[in-house]
Design a binder for this molecule. Structure first.
Ligand SMILES: Nc1ncnc2c1ncn2[C@@H]1O[C@H](COP(=O)(O)OP(=O)(O)OP(=O)(O)O)[C@@H](O)[C@H]1O
Ligand SMILES: [Mg+2]
Length: 508
């Protein structure tokens, strides 16, 4: 526990005091009429330390209308060690530590090393703490109170919600987990919207397509004989062309045979018309009968040969003509029927494709439905995490509130307010008997302030003097942990009376 006590303060030309020395004790009673200069004693202390009045506002204490040098010297004791601090102001300010002149910065550093300025004002002036912004009050009060551990909070939550958070809190902080799941939920909600739209579109398409009901079996029954018929016609067409080409082949064979026979006839005729030469073509001498016969014989041999060739050709021609005559004459094909059948087949197949599309659409609808359901489940899991976070926070707040409440007896402190959406928002308000600080009477405010000082002093482990002014308005109050300086308005001469006590107790 750090102990700060004031031993004495010496004022020179400070507001209405030209020269006064105040010796402090456990209790220092300052009494006098209005305007006697009671509050100025407290101001002198805070001005010396910080250049401010007891409420922490800038102060110009030089006696009005003079150019006198204002000076305050404060002898204080910190954990048993005494320091004499001095500040003076004429045109410029001067600072002293143990009578040694120091720079403003050195002086400030020294004062700050004794105690944080805000904490000093909060402990010295009962009305200072509640005069700060609520955020500062909250921060100052809670800075020494540790938040309950996650484990403690989880143990106070329902089983399902605490299980939901437990594992997740091992990986992420509560804040990150919240950000993560808010973001995840936002994205999932967008995807869910899209999935729902897609499902709707698919269902509409399916409705349209299945409006003209397709009976696959009936179509197939109609289609099968048509395909069989078409195969039959195609076979007929095949046969027609085969026959046509077979006849064509024989016909051209006949044609070439006729030509060959004609040529053969003239070959035979040519041999027949040959004149027998009776004299040698070279010497002109008449050939003998033997030679002539030989020539005749030769002509006869060639003639017979060519005639037999001609006969063979005629035989071939006759055979060809016979087989042509034996060939069936291909009938002309009427393609109208085939075309009609083809048209029917195509239209039936289009219908069958439609049926395939219905099947595909059914599958798509099922897939879209399960996708939508999957997204809904995922989103729900994020919602339960977010809900659990809300519960976690409110349980943690409750534990925190309990911790803080346990510190006070007369006053209570509001740390959270409930928003309309059920979420909790940090706030700070001191209350006494259910009334907010701002509505309290002067005396009630002092009492509340004194309790706060006691708590802050305990929390920060620092004891400082406390300056209660307007104490005339209050009948009884509990002494603060440190020295007490009390200013009271009384219709008598200005007086300062230090009282030493053995122990703290109820004060008159
Ligand atoms: N800079 C100044 N120079 C001269 N006089 C000042 C200066 N500032 C304030 N005063 C006067 O000093 C006097 C003492 O003021 P102080 O506030 O200390 O009186 P008080 O005893 O606390 O009075 P109250 O009972 O009304 O609280 C007042 O008359 C005030 O007007
Ligand atoms: Mg006063």
């Amino acid at each position: 526990m750090k102990q700060i006590a004031f031993i004495k303060v010496v004022l020179t030309n400070f507001k209405n005091h030209s020269s006064i020395e105040v010796n402090f004790s456990d209790i220092t009673n300052i009494r006098g009429k209005n305007g006697a200069g009671k509050s100025s004693i407290g101001d002198a202390v805070t001005w010396c330390l910080y250049g401010k009045d007891v409420m922490g506002s800038k102060l110009e204490p030089q006696p009005i209308g003079t150019d006198l040098e204002t000076k305050v010297e404060l002898l204080l004791q910190v954990d048993g060690k005494q320091h004499l601090l001095g500040r003076s102001q004429k045109k410029t300010a001067k600072y002293y530590i143990n009578e040694v002149p120091e720079k403003a910065t050195t002086f400030k550093e020294f004062v700050d090393s004794i105690l944080d300025e805000k904490l000093f004002f909060s402990l010295f002036t009962p009305g200072f703490f509640p005069s700060q912004k609520w955020t500062e009050q909250r921060e100052q009060l809670l800075q020494h109170i540790s938040e309950p551990l996650n484990k403690e909070v989880l143990s106070k939550m329902g089983k399902v919600e605490s299980e939901t958070l437990k594992e997740n809190l091992k990986k992420h902080s509560l804040e990150d987990l919240e950000k993560l799941n808010k973001d995840r939920k936002r994205q999932l909600d967008v995807s869910y919207e899209r999935a729902a739209e897609r499902l709707l579109t698919l269902k509409e398409q399916l409705e349209q397509v299945s409006a003209d009901k397709v009976d696959v079996a009936a179509i197939q029954k109609e289609l099968d004989p048509l395909i069989a018929k078409r195969t039959e016609i195609e076979e007929e067409i095949d046969t027609f062309y085969q026959r046509k080409s077979a006849r064509g082949r024989i016909e051209s064979q006949i044609e070439s045979l006729v030509e060959l026979i004609d040529r053969q006839k003239s070959v035979v005729q040519g041999i027949k018309n040959e004149q027998i030469q009776e004299a040698c073509q070279t010497c002109g001498q008449d050939l003998d009968e033997k030679s002539i016969n030989k020539v005749k014989e030769n002509r006869q041999v060639r003639f017979d040969k060519e005639v037999s060739t001609g006969k063979e050709l005629i035989e071939k021609l006759n055979t060809a003509k016979e087989s042509l005559a034996a060939m069936p004459i291909p009938e002309d094909i009427d393609r109208t029927e085939l075309n009609e059948i083809d048209d029917k087949i195509v239209s039936l197949q289009v219908k069958l494709n439609g049926a395939g599309r219905v099947e595909q659409l059914h599958q798509n609808v099922t897939a879209a439905e399960s996708n939508k359901e999957k997204l809904r489940k995922e989103s729900n899991s994020s919602i339960s995490i977010l809900d659990a976070i809300k519960t976690f926070r409110s349980v943690r707040s409750e534990l925190m509130v309990n911790k803080v409440d346990a510190l006070f007896t007369k006053i209570s402190v509001k740390l959270y307010e409930q928003l309309k959406n059920g979420e909790e928002k940090a706030t700070f308000e001191i209350e006494m008997d259910g009334k907010p600080y701002s509505k309290l009477s002067t005396a009630e405010k002092i009492k509340a302030g004194l309790e706060l000082i006691e708590v802050l002093s305990n929390q920060s482990q620092v004891i400082t003097p406390c300056f209660v002014y307007n104490a005339e308005s209050i009948l009884h109050f509990t002494s603060p942990p440190g020295q007490l300086i009390v200013a009271r308005v009384v219709d008598e001469e200005f007086s300062i009376n230090p009282v030493s006590l053995k122990g703290a107790g109820e004060n008159e």
